[in-house]
Design a protein around this ligand. Structure first.
Ligand code: AMP
Ligand code: GLY
Length: 420
C-alpha cells in the first residue's frame, strides 16, 4: 500500500517508523515531515490544512491510506474532504473533532452521557466570569473555549491569578479561541493519558501513558507541549482502566453516534484519578505528542494493522498483541522553549546512535541542510527507548541522549520520576 501521513512532529516520525515496519507498506510519504522522517519516507511539501490540496496529491500519488497526525487538519475538515473523494482515512470528521476543538461542546456531551468531569460554567463576557470566580474562590481552572495549541488553560492557584487569566483571555490573548471562556472546578489527583481506537462502534484500548507538561524538573515552571512521557502509566490499573472505559469513553462515544457524528480514529482521553475514581480532564482527537512516541515504540509494526482496522470499521476483528514492556521518551528542546528560542543550530552525534526496535531518536523540529541536522523548532528530538522495566527504558534513553552533542538544547533529567 501507499501510505500518506500528515504532520511533521515527533508523533508523526514515530507513526512513520511503526508503519514502515509493517509489510503492508510499500511506499511511505509524510507531508511535510522533518529531517528524521526524510531518512525513512518521502517528504512532500503540501499544505496539510488544505483538504483539496491533500486530496489532489493523494490521487496523483495513488495513495491508498492516509493517517492524519495533528488536530488542526482534523478540526479543519481535512478527513471529511478526503473521505468525500473515496480515500481511506484514519482520523475523525470535523464534527467529531469538536471533542478537542471546543471545551464547551465536550462538557455538554459529557453531561448528556453522564460521564464524570469537572463542574463547569461558560462565560462570554468578563463581568460575570469575574463574579463567578469571586464566589467560588481558588484554586480554579480557566480555559479558552477553542483550540489554543495546548496553551489556553490556566490552572489558577489564587483568585488574583484567575482574575488576571480572565482579563487576558477576553483581551484576545488566544484570538477567537478566547471569545468564550470555560471556568472549571479544580480537580486534584494524578493525571494519565488513555488511548482508545474507535471505529464508530467498537472501542479498542491501545495503551496508557503519562506526560510531563511542565518545562522544569519536579514539574515546575510553565506548561509545554510535553517534555517526556512513558508507557504504561502505573496509575492506570486494570480497575481504573475499565472504569474509564465504561463510565467515560463508552457513554461519550455512544452519545456522539446518537447525534449522528460517530467518532472514528484515536481518542486521547486525559484523565484525573483521585481515590480510585477517574474523571475526564479533556479529550483530544489524535495521538498525544510525545505520548505517541512511547506507544509506537511498544506497538511496533502492528500499529498499522490496528490503525487500518480502525479506519475501515473492523476493530471487532483485531486484538492488540501486548508485550510486558515499558517505553520512555525524553524531549530535547531548544534553550528558551516554551518561550522564545533560536533556530538553526547544528545537532551532532545522531549518526552514531544505535537505532533499533528498542532505541530510537524521533525527530520533531529538525531540518536537514548540506548533510547537517539543524534545529528548527521548540521541541526538537524525542530520545525514546524500550525495556523490560521502566528503569531499563529510562537508563537506555538517557544513555542515548548523553551521546547527542547539542549545546543549544536542554532536557528534563527526571522523566519517569512519578513511576520510579
Ligand atoms: P487541557 O488543555 O484541558 O488538557 O488542560 C491542560 C492541563 O491543565 C491538564 O493536563 C491538567 O494538568 C490541567 N487541568 C485542566 N483542567 C483541569 C481541572 N479541571 N482541574 C485540574 N487541572 C486541570
Ligand atoms: N502531550 C500532550 C498532547 O499531545 O496534547
Amino acid at each position: 500500500m501507499n501510505i500518506l501521513i500528515l504532520g511533521s512532529g515527533g508523533r508523526e516520525h514515530s507513526l512513520a517508523w511503526a508503519v514502515k515496519q509493517n509489510p503492508k507498506c510499500d511506499r511511505l510519504i509524510v507531508a511535510p515531515g522533518n529531517a528524521g522522517i526524510a531518512e525513512i519516507a518521502d517528504c512532500a511539501d503540501i499544505n496539510i490544512l488544505d483538504g483539496e490540496a491533500v486530496a489532489v496529491f493523494a490521487e496523483e500519488n495513488a495513495v491508498d491510506f492516509i493517517i492524519v497526525g495533528p488536530e488542526a487538519p482534523l478540526a479543519a475538515g481535512v478527513a471529511d474532504r478526503l473521505r468525500a473523494s473515496g480515500l481511506t482515512v484514519f482520523g475523525p470528521s470535523a464534527a467529531a473533532a469538536r471533542l478537542e476543538a471546543s471545551k464547551t461542546f465536550t462538557q455538554e456531551i459529557c453531561d448528556a452521557a453522564g460521564a464524570p468531569t469537572a463542574r463547569w460554567a461558560r462565560f462570554e463576557a468578563p463581568g460575570p466570569a469575574r463574579a463567578h470566580i469571586r464566589t467560588t474562590g481558588a484554586p480554579i481552572v480557566i480555559k479558552a473555549d477553542g483550540l489554543a495549541a495546548g496553551k489556553g488553560v490556566v490552572v489558577a492557584m489564587t483568585e488574583a491569578e484567575a482574575l488576571a487569566a480572565i482579563d487576558d483571555m477576553f483581551a484576545g490573548e488566544f484570538g477567537t479561541a478566547g471569545t468564550s471562556v470555560v471556568i472549571e472546578e479544580f480537580m486534584s489527583g494524578e493525571e494519565a493519558s488513555f488511548f482508545v481506537l474507535v471505529d464508530g462502534t467498537t472501542l479498542l484500548p491501545i495503551g496508557t501513558a503519562q506526560d510531563h507538561k511542565r518545562v522544569g524538573e519536579g514539574d515546575t515552571g510553565p506548561n509545554t507541549g510535553g517534555m517526556g512521557a512513558y508507557s504504561p502509566a502505573p496509575v492506570m490499573t486494570p480497575e481504573i482502566t475499565s472504569l474509564a472505559l465504561e463510565r467515560i469513553v463508552r457513554p461519550t462515544m455512544a452519545e456522539m453516534a446518537r447525534r449522528g457524528t460517530p467518532y472514528q480514529g484515536v481518542l486521547f482521553v486525559g484523565l484525573m484519578i483521585e481515590q480510585g475514581e477517574p474523571r475526564l480532564v479533556e479529550y483530544n482527537c489524535r495521538f498525544g505528542d510525545p505520548e505517541c512516541q512511547v506507544l509506537m515504540m511498544r506497538l511496533g509494526a502492528q500499529a498499522f494493522d490496528l490503525i487500518q482496522a480502525c479506519a475501515t470499521g473492523q476493530l471487532d476483528r483485531i486484538a492488540v498483541n501486548w508485550a510486558e514492556d515499558h517505553a520512555l521518551t525524553v524531549v530535547l528542546a531548544a534553550n528558551g522553549y516554551p518561550g522564545t528560542y533560536a533556530k538553526g543550530s547544528e545537532i551532532r552525534g545522531l549518526a552514531d546512535l544505535p537505532e533499533d526496535s528498542s532505541n530510537m531518536v524521533f525527530h520533531a523540529g529538525t531540518r536537514a541542510s548540506g548533510g547537517q541536522t539543524l534545529a528548527s523548532g521548540g521541541r526538537v528530538l524525542n530520545v525514546t527507548a524500550r525495556g523490560a522495566t521502566l528503569q531499563e527504558a529510562r537508563d537506555r534513553a538517557y544513555a542515548m541522549l548523553d551521546r547527542i552533542d547539542w549545546p543549544e538544547g536542554f532536557c528534563r533529567r527526571d522523566i519517569g520520576w512519578r513511576a520510579l
